[in-house]
Design a binder for this molecule. Structure first.
Ligand SMILES: [Zn+2]
Length: 388
């Protein structure tokens, strides 16, 4: 598999042409951290489609100075390699570093800016000649998955729909209803209901990344103590200090996820248009689910003996406020939402490349604004309250 991945990379060499592109400037100063809006029109017509995404990827592969390789999971030799509705699943790699990093967006189809911010970061990594981007490209080979859930994206729904490909229609349950699967609850030994899950799981076992980043949207949110609008929540689906994470790898990921969050929090706090807090699921509850894709990565899930060495890796996620389902995306927020995500990803990648992340005091995580913790919302034991 590894061999095949490398030959796929080699296969794409030569496509890149040299273009003199201007370097990107520093971040512009936006006044207020309040860009998603309940009044915002959510114009889904302007959101990238699957076809748009492929077109942009192929264009980036062609025009980037620094090699960007775009390929499908079928081309990478993955056995189950299409979405439920038969769409190809795309990956783009950038960088030549020895360590691999996994960056996924739009696992929830109605959370569009994962794809757009990933495309924006691929463009920067492919064109920017500055030392920062060179550091990232030298340290890592980054596997970008801009659209994990193409079917849900095309339907503007969170899930994917189980599909009868021969009949070209939804595969109905016994009671005659359509079966929707949340792909971010499907990496569980007795699940893997959707093809997308099997496809990306096998790819993950081939890549064996050292780190991961996962991009989502959440609803509109106010900071607990101040009532200010939150634009970006920093989270992970197995809560630091929670019932699960401290026991993995002798607590290494419990420390490292706090450092990853803390680093991004410290570095991005100076940007006026970004207001961060910690991701929580409401009423002071932290999330602690084992079936989330990135949870399963941290737990080293070995499904059908495809991960016999028990590979695992730490991951964090970024949650942008505003979503299409609530009509709160806010058209004006588009540029800032995409920019904050690609900046957060770039910042974290650079901090991991330079190992500055590993020097962060993990206690910074406690200073990131959050509602006092009352318990943990789990997918294995209901709600676990915090002891007195
Ligand atoms: Zn999501």
């Amino acid at each position: 598999m590894r061999k095949h991945l490398q030959s796929t990379r080699l296969w794409a060499i030569g496509a890149a042409s040299i273009l003199a592109l201007p370097l990107l400037g520093t971040a512009p100063a936006y006044a207020n951290a309040n860009f998603p809006s309940p009044e915002g029109e959510t114009n889904t017509a302007s959101i990238l489609t699957y076809e748009d995404t492929i077109k942009k990827l192929l264009s980036l592969e062609k025009t980037s100075r620094h090699q960007v390789d775009v390929f499908t999971l079928e081309e990478a030799g993955i056995y189950v390699n299409k979405s439920e509705q038969g769409r190809d699943l795309y990956v783009a790699t950038v960088g030549q570093g020895a360590e691999d990093v996994w960056v996924q967006g739009r696992i929830h189809g109605n959370e569009p800016y994962g794809a757009e911010s990933i495309l924006s970061l691929i463009k920067d990594l492919g064109t920017n000649g500055s030392a920062e981007y060179q550091n990232i490209r030298d340290a890592f080979t980054i596997h970008f998955i801009p659209m994990y859930n193409p079917d849900g994206s095309e339907m503007n729904i969170r899930q994917t729909v189980l599909w009868d490909q021969a009949a070209g229609e939804p595969l109905l349950a016994a009671d005659g209803t359509e079966q929707r699967v949340d792909l971010n609850r499907d990496w569980v030994s007795d699940k893997f209901q959707a093809q997308e899950s099997l496809a990306f799981y096998e790819y993950w076992t081939a890549v064996k990344p050292s780190y991961g980043i996962d991009i989502h949207h959440q609803g509109l949110k106010k900071e607990y103590a101040t009532g200010d609008d939150v634009t970006l929540s920093l989270g992970i689906s197995l809560a630091p200090g929670g019932p699960t994470l401290p026991s993995i790898k002798d607590g290494a990921y419990d420390v490292l996820t706090r450092q990853m969050h803390g680093y991004v929090y410290e570095k991005l706090s100076g940007y006026g248009y970004i207001n961060m807090d910690r991701y929580q699921v409401g009423n002071g509850l932290e999330i602690d689910i084992k079936g989330g894709v990135v949870s399963a990565m941290m737990l080293g899930l070995n499904y059908k003996d495809m991960n016999p060495t028990g590979h695992s890796n730490p991951v964090v996620f970024f949650e942008t406020s505003g979503n299409t389902s609530d009509g709160s995306l806010g058209q004006k927020a588009r540029g800032k939402s995409i920019q904050q995500n690609s900046l957060a990803m770039k910042t974290l990648l650079l901090g991991l490349a330079t190992k500055e992340v590993q020097d962060v005091d993990p206690d910074v995580w406690k200073d990131i604004p959050h509602t006092p913790v009352t318990g943990y919302s789990t997918d294995y034991a209901g709600t676990i309250p915090v002891g007195p």
